[in-house]
Ligand binder design. Structure first.
Ligand SMILES: NC(=O)c1ccc[n+]([C@@H]2O[C@H](COP(=O)([O-])OP(=O)(O)OC[C@H]3O[C@@H](n4cnc5c(N)ncnc54)[C@H](O)[C@@H]3O)[C@@H](O)[C@H]2O)c1
Length: 349
């Protein structure tokens, strides 16, 4: 049996313990140590996971523990400093989304990973989700026809953040799914939003994208909604799909529905439409926990040296798109384009 990969964690607040549990449960990993600034959280973690032998309030202690890799689940504004320090001290890094809150910093991390030959992976967990992989297959196989538009809703009441707005908190997932499904970056981006509760920090945002082949996409991100909603609707020329992440079993429903213009005469307004109503099917997919798949992929990449699916460059692109959307948000919904080589944002008009 090959040697176990020795993993440490920085951050055990809300999300960190989910990653820590997975690395404890994966046989070829050893969860060696956890760092957090908050001693009470470390005490709680130790009683929940007695397997963890080392905890510390100083993450730099992890550098003395002969680790191979570290997972970073701290607030986004800390990601750059922590990920940089860890890679420069020889560790492979899995950092939570968003990679950073600044594209220069994200680019810096990509460069540091290359210079030190370390794996840099971002926790874009939906790229490891069976339902999202199934959506990609449906698009690629042509079953949906030409893709007209994709609509995302990610809304619920909370969890309000104080350092970054709702775009930076919720939209990274949807942007990573969009790029993954379409294998492309957006041509234009426009976002409008509102700060209802926390002055100056938008809690609701409506973001619209155009992609190559005239595909339109829209993301509604909200911390201020009475209902929890996590859905993606894809409308194609042949079929339509709805992915509801909150459905326990029938997460994906494929609708054999459509409409065609069948006749247009010279007389103004004389159109005829053919509506097609077929079956709805909800195919069975065997689901593994997406976070487990993400963690396993990180370990596989450490062993093989392959670039992760959600590598640093992928993380950088998502940060650039968020930056452009945030710029638009601050400029009354101005439609902008991002130059992905230089991170320059320009008005698209
Ligand atoms: N993939 C997902 O679905 C998902 C869900 C929730 C959060 N997240 C991401 O996880 C990250 C953490 O979010 P959270 O909600 O757990 O935040 P949190 O505030 O609950 O926890 C962050 C923890 O990091 C610790 N911390 C901060 N700076 C530190 C440092 N220098 N050294 C050691 N510990 C430090 C804090 O003490 C805190 O306990 C964010 O990037 C967030 O976007 C991802």
């Amino acid at each position: 049996m090959s040697k176990k990969i020795r993993v440490g964690a920085i951050g055990c607040g809300y999300w960190g313990p989910n990653l820590i549990r997975n690395f404890i449960e994966i046989p070829n990993a050893e969860m060696v140590a956890v760092a957090d600034l908050d001693q009470k959280l470390l005490d709680r973690l130790e009683s929940r996971f007695p397997q963890i032998q080392n905890t510390t309030t100083n993450y730099r202690d992890l550098f003395e523990m002969d680790l191979d890799a570290v997972i970073i689940a701290t607030p986004p504004q800390t990601h750059f400093v922590l990920a940089k320090d860890c890679m420069e001290n020889g560790l492979h890094v899995l950092v939570e989304k968003p990679l950073t809150l600044d594209s220069n910093e994200a680019k810096g991390l990509v460069d540091i990973a290359a210079k030190h030959d370390r794996i840099l992976m971002v926790g874009h967990v939906f790229e490891y989700n069976t339902a999202v992989l199934a959506l990609k297959d449906l698009i690629k196989s042509g079953e949906l026809g030409d893709i007209y538009y994709i609509d995302f809703i990610r809304a619920s009441l909370g969890l309000f953040q104080t350092k970054a707005n709702v775009l930076w908190d919720l939209a990274p997932h949807d942007i990573s799914i969009l790029r993954f499904l379409l294998d492309a970056d957006p041509i234009t981006i426009s976002s409008t939003g509102l700060s209802c509760v926390n002055n100056g920090i938008e809690d609701v945002a409506y973001t619209t994208f155009t992609f190559p082949n005239r595909v339109l996409a829209h993301i509604r991100s909200s911390w201020l909604d009475p209902n929890k909603n996590r859905s993606v609707t894809i409308v194609g020329s042949k079929k339509m799909v709805v992915y509801d992440d909150l459905e326990p079993l029938e997460k994906i429903k494929i609708y054999d529905k459509g409409v065609e213009v069948i006749r247009r005469t010279d007389t103004f307004g004389d159109w005829s439409f053919a509506y097609h109503y077929g079956d709805m099917i909800a195919p069975y997919y065997r689901f593994e926990e997406p976070l487990r798949e993400e963690c396993k992929h990180f370990l596989e990449c450490i062993e093989s040296g392959e670039q992760p699916r959600s590598d640093g460059l992928n993380g950088l692109r998502v940060v650039q798109i968020l930056e452009a959307a945030d710029y638009s948000l601050k400029n009354k919904g101005l439609t902008v384009s991002m130059d992905f080589e230089t991170s320059e944002i320009t008005s698209a008009h």
